[in-house]
Design a protein around this ligand. Structure first.
Ligand code: E4P
Length: 224
């Protein structure tokens, strides 16, 4: 399973890209709105692309097919590798169909059920994004829906890529990998939390203490 970072924050992307663990970034209007408004949308997206050098999903804000396609064309003119994030609506599906004909990659977002995922695949989506956390928020089992989607993809031999999105905690990452999601897109805090373990910190502390002890003993023995 590949890891994407779910953020529009350049510092966070730089820090995580530096570790070599992410192959892409997903953004959405809410994530963009959290950042410095003096930086234009285009400039932010291009800077994200420069840092990550891989997948960048950029979401449209039009609700009509033609508007979505116009936005997609504009984004593609900034950098042709862009993936266009399209909401899971009838208009969105029509836009995906058209963009897929033109071989423009799409990520269908705001998917909450297996039937929506199947429809997005049939329309020609490159990626289908299931929002696990938001399902859990309303007392539905997000992982159970992801398991269904992964099983259907196996049985049907679908080739669109499944993104586990709206990840809220490290258990979601483990369960998404176990289910067979192709990608998990993870917020910075959750990703950083998932890297930490108190036993690792304690282990380093003990190694350093033991090494100091060794050096002190060695210095003592050289004085004798
Ligand atoms: C996915 O591409 C979305 O940007 C994201 O995962 C939404 O997550 P949220 O429910 O934390 O807003």
């Amino acid at each position: 399973m590949e890891l994407f970072l779910d953020t529009a924050n350049l510092q966070q992307i730089k820090e995580v890209a530096e570790m070599g663990i992410i192959s892409g970034v997903t953004t959405n209007p809410t994530l963009i709105a959290k950042e410095d408004p003096s930086v234009s949308f285009k400039q932010r997206i291009l800077e994200i692309y420069q840092i990550v050098g891989g997948h960048v999903s950029v979401e449209v804000v039009s609700t009509e097919k033609d508007g979505m396609i116009r936005e997609a064309e504009e984004i593609i003119s900034w950098f042709p590798e862009a993936t266009i994030k399209i909401p899971m609506t009838p208009q969105g599906l029509s836009a995906v169909k058209e963009l897929s004909k033109r071989e423009i990659p799409t990520n269908v977002t705001l998917i909450f059920s297996a039937t929506q995922a199947i429809a997005a695949h049939q329309a020609g989506a490159t990626y289908v994004s299931l929002f696990l956390g938001r399902l859990d928020d309303i007392a539905y089992d997000g992982i159970a829906v992801l398991n269904d989607i992964c099983e259907i993809w196996d049985v049907q031999g679908y080739d669109s890529l499944i993104i586990a999105a709206s990840i809220r905690n490290p258990i979601h990452i483990v369960e998404a990998a176990r289910a067979g999601a192709d990608i998990a897109t993870i917020p910075y805090n959750v990703l950083m939390q998932s890297l930490k373990n108190p036993l690792t910190d304690r282990g380093i502390e003990l190694f350093l203490q033991d090494y100091d002890k060794f050096i002190t003993e060695r210095q003592k023995s050289m004085l004798i």
